[in-house]
Design a binder for this molecule. Structure first.
Ligand SMILES: Cc1cc2nc3c(=O)[nH]c(=O)nc-3n(C[C@H](O)[C@H](O)[C@H](O)COP(=O)(O)OP(=O)(O)OC[C@H]3O[C@@H](n4cnc5c(N)ncnc54)[C@H](O)[C@@H]3O)c2cc1C
Length: 474
């Protein structure tokens, strides 16, 4: 029978949030002269560790000095209609430069960019050289240098262990042999992602057609909402919108992970009847890619087609938004394109003709800045980038929405402590990353990896100081 083990910290999840916590804890403890005993639990194999983090390019809204986009807090408040936790958002913004330094000091190299075409609001962005996987590998490498720390693979957290007083004291885990054991620790970090990999929870919260949502990348299957469930079972509060998820548009013809088709605002999108059903040009790419995907799922039974022409796919920058390994359907006439896509030729031709006739004479801005080139007299309108589709050859791609991450999660404070439904921090319990819910209605993009690292780093330092204080009191 497996025996219990005792640690100073147990972390559930080996992604950006979990590893930031573990490294920060180990180093804070070490600075106080203590070699910390840390267990990072990971349900996947080592080769797949870091479910979402390992697959992301990890774009971040920061400049070269790691100063957060100054518009982000306001954007969160606006997008969430005032529901996002302002104190938490301000703390995040303030802590971002220190997180950048933390990652760089641990060997993560960054590529910095000036404004990206198609994104009107942000003036700079960055991403790790090697994407999120570079963060996972760099932090795991540092953690492994601490003799008291270990990453335990193919072992999943099942429930939290609570003292009679209500203090979290450890985690019940299931090993690869199916048997359970207890890992004891005065601090537990839940960093095991959202519920994007759990179709039962997706259906429960998003609705009956959630099973039609594709998986954006294989890694998300590991994030099955366990941490949310485990914490709720001991009275934790939730936060974030449970019936929304961050979704993206993908090419349905390929199994390649992350085959994102993002140039919607330069195209028209039609449903299986060959009809438009949303305003493709209402917002710029960064502000609308997830909303368009969610509409495809909600309004078009997750079956839609991007229709465009050579003005778009003949443009090197715009064609890079169509990130698929299968060439688009291509034809010299809209009727032939419809036939290739299995759409009704009369319907698609009528849609394109009506759209072309409705476009105004404003200049089309292919860099993605709002251009006011819009339609009149058709429903739904296209509010920007309404360039007539009359530059053959014509192109079409069948698309669907894929789930990336879920909005709903646990309510945490600025120290990453999980709070009870009454708003009281639950002793010994932290959460960071995707599992901590802050998003409502829309996700201001390029912020979750950095948030995972930031609140993981904060939690690790806080838990280590708590441990030292407990030792001193004794
Ligand atoms: C394709 C893609 C592109 C993205 N692009 C961006 C971007 O550009 N910028 C951005 O900011 N964000 C982006 N995101 C979102 C971002 O990657 C994630 O939100 C973030 O990496 C989540 O980090 P995390 O540590 O919270 O979770 P994860 O990295 O998912 O780690 C969670 C870990 O917990 C493990 N786990 C789950 N349940 C259990 C259990 N019961 N027991 C043990 N282990 C468990 C998982 O296996 C996993 O290793 C993208 C996501 C994807 C998938």
């Amino acid at each position: 029978m497996a025996s219990d083990e005792t640690y100073d910290l147990v972390v559930v999840g080996c992604g950006a949030a979990g590893l930031s916590t573990a490294v920060s804890f180990a180093e804070t403890a070490k600075a106080e002269g203590h070699e910390a005993r840390i267990a990072v639990l990971e349900r996947s194999s080592e080769a797949e560790r870091g479910a979402s983090t390992r697959w992301t390019t990890a774009g971040m809204r920061v400049n070269k000095d790691f100063v957060m986009d100054p518009g982000w807090v306001g954007e969160m408040q606006e997008a969430s209609q005032g529901l996002a936790d302002l104190e938490y958002c301000l703390a995040y913004e303030q802590e971002v430069p220190a997180t950048g330094k933390f990652l760089q000091e641990h060997g993560v190299e960054f590529i910095f960019r000036d404004q990206v075409p198609g994104m009107n609001k942000i003036s700079a962005s960055a991403s790790p050289n090697g994407g999120g996987l570079a963060i996972v590998d760099a932090l795991a490498g540092h953690l492994e240098q601490h003799p008291g720390a270990k990453i335990i693979y193919e072992t999943e957290a099942v429930s939290l262990v609570l003292s009679d007083e209500g203090r979290v004291e450890g985690v019940r885990v299931r090993d690869r042999d199916g048997l359970m054991r207890t890992l004891r620790a005065p601090s537990v970090m839940l960093a095991c992602g959202g519920f994007e990999g759990n179709y039962e929870m997706l259906t429960h919260y998003l609705g009956k057609n959630a099973v039609d949502l594709k998986k954006l990348v294989p890694g998300t299957r590991f994030n099955t909402g366990d941490g949310i469930r485990m914490a709720q079972a001991i009275g934790a509060a939730t936060s974030g919108q449970f019936d929304r998820a961050h979704t993206e548009v993908v090419d349905i013809r390929t199994d390649r992970p992350d085959a994102v088709i993002a140039g919607h605002n330069f195209c028209i999108i039609v449903n299986a009847d060959g009809k438009r059903f949303l305003d493709e040009g209402e917002k710029d790419l960064l502000d609308s890619f997830e909303l368009v995907a969610f509409d495809i799922w909600e309004k078009a039974n997750n079956t839609a087609y991007f229709i465009t022409d050579d003005a778009v796919l003949g443009n090197d920058v715009l064609s890079s938004y169509f990130d698929t390994d299968v060439p688009p359907a291509k034809a010299d006439t809209i009727r032939d394109l419809a036939a290739q896509l299995g759409l009704d030729a009369d319907a698609l031709e009528q849609t394109v003709n009506e759209f072309n006739a409705a476009c105004n004479d404003a200049a089309w801005d292919s860099t993605g800045r709002y251009d006011g080139k819009s339609t009149t007299g058709i429903t739904p309108p296209k509010s920007n980038w309404a360039n007539p589709i009359n530059h053959p050859p014509y192109y079409g791609i069948p698309v669907a929405a894929a789930v990336c991450f879920t909005y709903g999660g646990l309510k945490t404070d600025t120290l990453s402590r999980v709070v009870s439904t009454g708003g009281i921090p639950i002793p010994g319990l932290y959460a960071a990353g995707e599992i901590s819910g802050i998003t409502y209605h829309a996700y201001p993009a390029l912020t979750t990896v950095l948030r995972a690292c930031t609140f993981g780093r904060i939690a690790g330092a806080h838990a280590a100081v708590q441990m030292q204080e407990a030792v001193t009191v004794r």
